[in-house]
Design a protein around this ligand. Structure first.
Ligand code: SF4
Length: 677
């Protein structure tokens, strides 16, 4: 995407000159400087300058002095990657609706602008008013994965905020992280004031109340503010906890060292998505972004039980939006944004209990217009093709994507991806015969218990699918996309050893070799080295923080971008801080070992996760608990709800997986929805 980054030396923090005149608590009459005037002349010198300008349709600019609390919501990557993030868009609307709050947004400047900013003493800024990070009360950072950690440190430093939480005073913002990577914030523990686990809607408003009350009371004792934040359900304040280690270096336990804080911090779950109908006025990007569409989240959570999938595990239980709400959100969204594409989002969109009627009604509503509908879904079955046919009435039948994830039946049993080869080939047959031209198949290598025959089965499945494609048209295409597996916390694979990049490379070359005589079958692979940093940060403990800081000081930025020469930097940082990749990533853990996230409760019982890990190792599959008896993962009883439906349900879901005798035709509207009950 972008060019090679300049080598970084130890960064110099921009001047904080204006800050002397600006005091947060008790200084309601002062306004921090806006930096647009000094930024603008620099923009012709950088790539994609439009990403730094702001002024997008639907942005909200609240006068600084009109607010009592000021939030800067940040996605620690470029604008093109971060702008479509739904979490930030939702919190942005929620906060800006409050008469007492304002929320602005920030993204990471690319290295070309960063160099100029450091040279000219321009701090990291918000997009709306170009005000510095240091001037806000709360710097809330979304971490959907671990590869933004060094960018977070960079934004703090560039934004004039001490990177270490214990060096911050009452005049500095509270640094919050949320998102999936916040379920193990230990590698960031010295740098963040608090991590928020779970759904952000309600807890963000409660945090806002706490900050506002603290400021109104004078706002001088930062530790007191942290104590009050730690009392909010779902908020973890790392400074109030201490990890203890055994003599051999393993973690023994992470314990509270401050009275009144919970021993185990629970995640936050909103019970009814209907009460949180956001975003309604999605911000329309100023320049090209990774997704340019209006997105509606049709349900949250997933109970399919794929053992590698952290998102599926930590977002349980399933909570659906009603069909009429989805319809309304789509209509308003299209009207408010002018987007020509609508995405129906969730972890497995075809699993919404009324997806058939939803798809049909939307397709009816937009037939003959410029609005196209898409279902970013991964379920491998012919029902999904039927849905895609409905949604593509307005457009060409170009590409469909499925994620069998593993090549062999045995491997799919290990990861609990319940799809058979026959399912996949039948789906491909249906898709190509109905006019689809391209199927992309997603796989992983490096999964637990994997053997070479499992790896080769990926190539085999790709070839078989390609043969079907060719039978239906010589121009039809099949692409297999293969990435390296990274074990994640709060999943049954949290105990597994991660493959080294060399081993992943070897496995990828097996696939490459096996398909070499099938020229039309395309193979796409990720750089195996990208999983190294993600794996270390995903399961690292607090000692890994030293490597994060060192890597950043050595110049690590944008760790997820393959253009960035960061792995050597990281290897040097790990060596200098005594962090062993072998120990953190390539080693299997045993049942007794404490894990760095044991004091953070995702709702799943650790004993159930261990049991599921044992089932994985004996190739034993587990049904989706929405259609089968509860297997006691712990989430529903912990949240006091009935097991089969999620919060907004009350009926048995009609779409059965095909191996349980399900249908591939669109189901009729479930009775509950039809009656509006
Ligand atoms: S508690 Fe039972 S019903 Fe609820 S998500 Fe876990 S297994 Fe499924």
């Amino acid at each position: 995407m972008l060019g090679t980054a300049p080598t970084m030396s130890v960064p110099a923090t921009p001047a904080r000159g204006a800050r002397a005149a600006f005091r947060r608590p008790g200084d309601a009459a002062t306004v921090p400087p806006g930096y647009y005037e000094v930024l603008e002349p620099l923009l012709p010198q950088v790539r994609k300058p439009a990403q730094y300008v702001g002024g997008e349709h639907n942005q909200v600019v609240t006068p600084w002095l009109a607010a009592q609390t000021r939030w800067l919501l940040c996605y620690p990557d470029t604008y093109e990657v971060g702008q479509p993030n739904q979490g930030i868009q939702i919190l942005y609307e929620l906060l800006n609706e409050r008469a007492t709050a304002l929320a602005e947004r920030a993204y990471a400047p690319w290295t070309d602008l960063e160099a100029l900013m450091r040279e000219q003493g321009i701090p990291a800024f918000s997009l709306e008013s170009h005000r510095p990070v240091w001037a806000f009360d709360v710097f809330g950072v979304s971490l959907p994965h671990e590869l933004g950690h060094t960018n977070l440190l960079n934004l703090l430093d560039l934004g004039g905020v001490p990177i270490h939480a214990d060096r911050r005073t009452a005049e500095d913002p509270i640094v919050l992280v949320g998102g999936h990577a916040a379920y193990n914030p230990e590698p960031l523990a010295p740098f963040v004031d608090a991590a928020v686990m779970g759904d952000g809607e309600q807890v963000t408003l409660e945090i806002d109340d706490v900050v506002r009350a603290w400021k109104a009371a004078g706002g001088s004792d930062r530790r007191q503010l942290l104590r009050e934040l730690a009392r909010v359900e779902g908020v973890y304040v790392p400074a109030f906890y201490e990890p203890r280690y055994t003599p051999d270096g393993r973690l023994k336990q992470t314990v509270p060292i401050e009275s009144g804080v919970p021993t185990i911090v629970p995640k936050r779950t909103i019970q009814d998505l209907e009460e949180w109908q956001y975003p309604q006025k999605q911000i329309v990007p100023m320049t090209e972004t990774v997704h340019e569409r209006f997105s509606v989240e049709i349900f949250r959570g997933c109970t399919r039980g794929c053992r590698f999938c952290q998102a599926g595990m930590i977002t349980r239980p399933v909570r659906e939006r009603r069909p009429e709400t989805i319809q309304k959100l789509v209509e308003e969204g299209v009207r408010n944004t002018g987007f020509e594409e609508v995405g129906l989002l969730s972890l497995s969109s075809a699993d919404h209990s009324a997806i058939g009627p939803v798809a049909r009604d939307l397709a009816d509503a937009y037939e003959g217009t410029v609005t196209s509908l898409s279902l970013p879904s991964t379920r491998v079955d012919a029902f999904n093709v039927t849905l895609s046919n409905e949604l593509s009435r307005n457009g060409r039948r170009t590409g469909l994507t499925f994620a069998p994830e593993a090549g062999s039946e045995r491997m799919r049993a290990v990861i609990n991806k319940m799809v058979s080869e026959a399912d996949l080939l039948r789906t491909a047959e249906v898709a190509f015969s109905e006019g689809w031209r391209h199927i992309k198949l997603y796989f992983m290598v490096g999964l637990p218990t994997e053997r070479d025959e499992d790896v080769l089965a990926i190539a085999d499945l790709g070839i078989k699918t390609y043969e079907i494609a060719r039978r239906h048209g010589r121009a039809n295409k099949v692409t297999i996309s293969v990435g390296g597996f990274v074990p994640k916390p709060h999943t049954p694979f949290q105990w597994a050893a991660q493959d080294s990049p060399e081993e992943i490379k070897r496995k990828l070359s097996l696939i490459r070799h096996a398909i070499k005589d099938h020229g039309g079958l395309k193979l796409r692979t990720n750089d195996p080295e990208e999983g190294v940093i993600e794996g270390l940060l995903a399961r690292g403990d607090r000692r890994v923080a030293a490597a994060v800081e060192r890597a950043w000081r050595l110049g690590a930025r944008f760790d997820g971008w393959h253009e960035m020469p960061t792995l050597d930097t990281w290897r040097q940082a790990m060596a200098e801080t005594d962090v062993s990749l072998e120990w953190y990533s390539h080693r299997e853990r045993d049942e007794k070992e404490a894990l760095p996230w044991d004091h953070l409760d995702s709702g799943l019982e650790k004993s159930w996760l261990w049991e599921d890990w044992q089932d994985a190792r004996s190739d034993k599959q587990l049904d989706d608990c929405r259609w089968s008896p509860c297997y006691d993962c712990g989430v529903c009883p912990g949240l006091s709800i009935q097991h089969d439906t999620g919060y907004t349900g009350g009926f048995q879901l009609p779409v059965l997986p095909s191996h349980l005798g399900g249908k591939d035709t669109l189901p009729t509207t479930p009775e509950r929805y039809a009656s509006g009950g």
